[in-house]
Design a protein around this ligand. Structure first.
Ligand SMILES: Nc1ncnc2c1ncn2[C@@H]1O[C@H](COP(=O)(O)OP(=O)(O)OP(=O)(O)O)[C@@H](O)[C@H]1O
Ligand SMILES: [Mg+2]
Length: 228
């Protein structure tokens, strides 16, 4: 296994218990993983095996009971909430099965949202980058459309553009195509793979679609809380 310092996102010996009393479940049982820049990684496995739980830990949305998560070489499991929040904003992008766009805002405004949160660009720069990203996902002509006036596949592409708005080195996606038809799943996947190469992003994608998983650079099989 490669050194954690050489990978964009890594974890070692991750353990996670969820629930209390008789519902307490050992969900992750010593997970090791390395994701590399410019590569797509698929995590596959049966429902309930722990894929989303792992993604929450890798995304610094939850803390492990044991083990460590390294983001760009830095250990993150036990640092302060503030340090985790700023690492999340600087290094991590997220795409979920349901895109969670803000319906009352345009495509461009949705893509600008993470840039506003980060606060390093002025209005004009943010708008310019949003337009570039929307062009990259094939929606340059729909930048001023309200999110609710876009198709499901288009909304998911806006969500992908939003996820890479701050040019994160890591993109985490939980069933990003789970809500799309076969054609749009293929398109959304191609887009993720293309952006990964183009911007040198480590893409980590949970998927139930074996065909899409097979098109990733690496496929990791999870079973009952660990990789097999
Ligand atoms: N709050 C909780 N209390 C107890 N068990 C939980 C809790 N949340 C999740 N679990 C259990 O953790 C296990 C892993 O859940 P997780 O959501 O990570 O699965 P998954 O692999 O993403 O499944 P799916 O493919 O269905 O999305 C499941 O068995 C689930 O029942
Ligand atoms: Mg899941």
């Amino acid at each position: 296994m490669s050194d954690t310092a050489n990978s964009t996102l890594s974890c070692r010996g991750l353990e996670r218990f969820l629930g209390t009393d008789e519902n307490r479940t050992h969900v992750l049982k010593g997970v090791n993983f390395d994701a590399h820049a410019g590569k797509t990684h698929a995590i596959v496995g049966p429902s309930g095996c722990g894929k989303s739980s792992l993604l929450y830990l890798l995304g610094l949305l939850d803390r492990p009971d044991a083990g460590e998560v390294f983001v760009c070489g830095k250990p993150m499991a036990r640092v302060s909430d503030n340090a985790r929040t700023s690492a999340r904003n600087a290094y991590l992008g997220f795409v979920f099965q349901f895109h969670f766009l803000l319906p009352e805002f345009t495509a461009a405004e949705n893509v600008m949202m993470p840039m506003r949160k980060r606060g390093s660009l002025d209005e004009k720069e943010m708008r310019q980058r949003a337009l570039e990203l929307l062009e990259a996902v094939g929606l340059g002509d729909k930048k001023e459309r309200l999110a609710t006036h876009l198709s499901g596949g288009e909304q998911q592409r806006v969500a992908i553009a939003r996820a890479i708005a701050n040019k994160p080195p890591v993109l985490l996606a939980d069933e990003p195509t789970g809500n799309l038809d076969a054609r749009n799943s293929g398109l959304a996947f191609e887009l993720l793979a293309h952006l990964s190469r183009e911007y040198d992003i480590a893409v980590v994608m949970v998927t139930h679609n074996p065909e899409l998983a097979g098109r990733c650079d690496r496929v990791l099989h999870m079973l009952d809380g660990h990789f097999v």
